[in-house]
Design a protein around this ligand. Structure first.
Ligand code: BTX
Length: 324
């Protein structure tokens, strides 16, 4: 019901909508309307109320990651149409896996804070309250499991496009980091639930640092946020743009086996192609040159002895020579 109340207020734009009209349209008492309005104010909506006129939004609810704010008028078919929003949670990926079998594809789990945010290979992801976008997208493509890792690139390319639409140019450090000014602004963690030949669901976890100004010592040198780099962009706008861009690339890949659009973005915005990097595997690191990303989304590297090799995501970490 709260969602219906805020939708009615959003729909009336700059005009006031009276308590009486809301109560008639929604079939609940004026006291109930008043209670919902108070709860919405607590969530952060700046709702003005004027005697004899009613309610209206005093300002655009830019930064609220609630379902009603993000899904409202979102021009997608299914990505982001259902949003589950938490104030705090262990990990949005873990929660997504709990409900993965039960919900429809496109469902997005978002939390203001994570107490056990996860990175790859058992690493942790700092997710302070209100500082970023900590979200997990559940998708249910009818594909063979081996095709799932490419979706990390689809997600990375979608973030590049989403941020570019909002005026921020970022690079992708293959396969799952997004880099701004040589520092990590976003990480992607893709998890799969599958049988031998069938995907049950895939969870794409995305953490984007938005407002953090002070990072803990252990990541100070390699992490950054949009605010820290001088970009004050609303979190809701980023999530909405991400949903739009992801749906385009995702449909292309799943329905038409189109990888080119994603690969194009990943290559053009690569932080590693043409560069020397350390490939880290089982605590050993080797200096190699990155040549390309091939049609399967794997990284092509040249070793010191001249050998060319193909590297699959998931098996290695990559470190730059200087900086991150
Ligand atoms: P990753 O393993 O590539 O990166 C994790 C590493 O990044 C950490 O070991 C640490 O050095 C560094 N790090 C930790 N927190 C941050 C941060 N906030 N900003 C920059 N660097 C950091 C990348 O894994 C995948 C991260 C996915 C996070 C999302 S958030 C929503 C979803 N839920 C969940 O539990 N994980 C995903």
């Amino acid at each position: 019901m709260r969602e219906k109340v805020i939708r009615a207020i959003l729909d009336s734009g700059e005009n006031f909508i009276s308590g009486e009209q809301l109560s008639k349209e929604l079939g609940i008492s004026r006291t109930a309307i008043w209670k919902h309005i108070n709860a919405l104010r607590e969530e952060g909506y700046n709702i003005e109320s004027v005697n004899k006129k009613g309610y209206r939004l005093a300002e655009k609810p830019d930064d609220i990651l609630s379902s009603e704010n993000i899904s409202y008028n979102l021009p997608t078919e299914f990505i982001g149409k259902k949003i589950v929003h938490f104030d705090t949670i262990g990990s949005t990926n873990d929660y997504a896996k709990e409900i993965g079998n039960k919900v429809r594809g496109g469902t997005l789990i978002i939390s203001e804070q994570q107490t056990k945010g996860k990175g790859r290979l058992g690493r942790s992801w700092k997710s302070k309250s209100g500082d970023g976008i900590w979200m997990s997208l559940i998708i249910k493509p009818k594909i063979d499991p081996y095709k799932a890792p490419f979706l990390t690139l689809v997600a990375g390319a979608s973030i590049v496009e989403a941020l570019s639409n909002l005026g921020v140019d970022v690079l992708i450090k293959w396969p799952n980091d997004i880099i701004l000014n040589n520092k990590k602004i976003c990480g992607i963690l893709t998890e799969l639930s599958a049988e031998m030949e069938r995907v049950n669901y895939i969870v794409i976890g995305i953490g984007i640092n938005i407002k953090t100004l002070d990072f803990p010592n252990e990541i100070k040198e390699k992490a950054t946020s949009l605010y820290k780099e001088g970009y004050k962009i609303s979190r809701a706008d980023i999530v909405r743009q991400f949903c739009i861009e992801f749906e385009k690339l995702y449909k292309g890949y799943i329905l038409d086996d189109d990888k080119e659009n994603t690969l194009d973005i990943c290559r053009k915005h690569s932080a590693v192609i043409g560069k020397q990097v350390y490939i880290v595997k089982n605590n050993k690191k080797e200096l190699v040159k990155c040549i390309d990303i091939n049609e399967n989304g794997n990284l092509i590297i040249k070793e010191n002895n001249g050998d060319i090799k193909e590297i699959m995501s998931g098996e290695v970490s990559i470190r730059g020579i200087k900086g991150y």
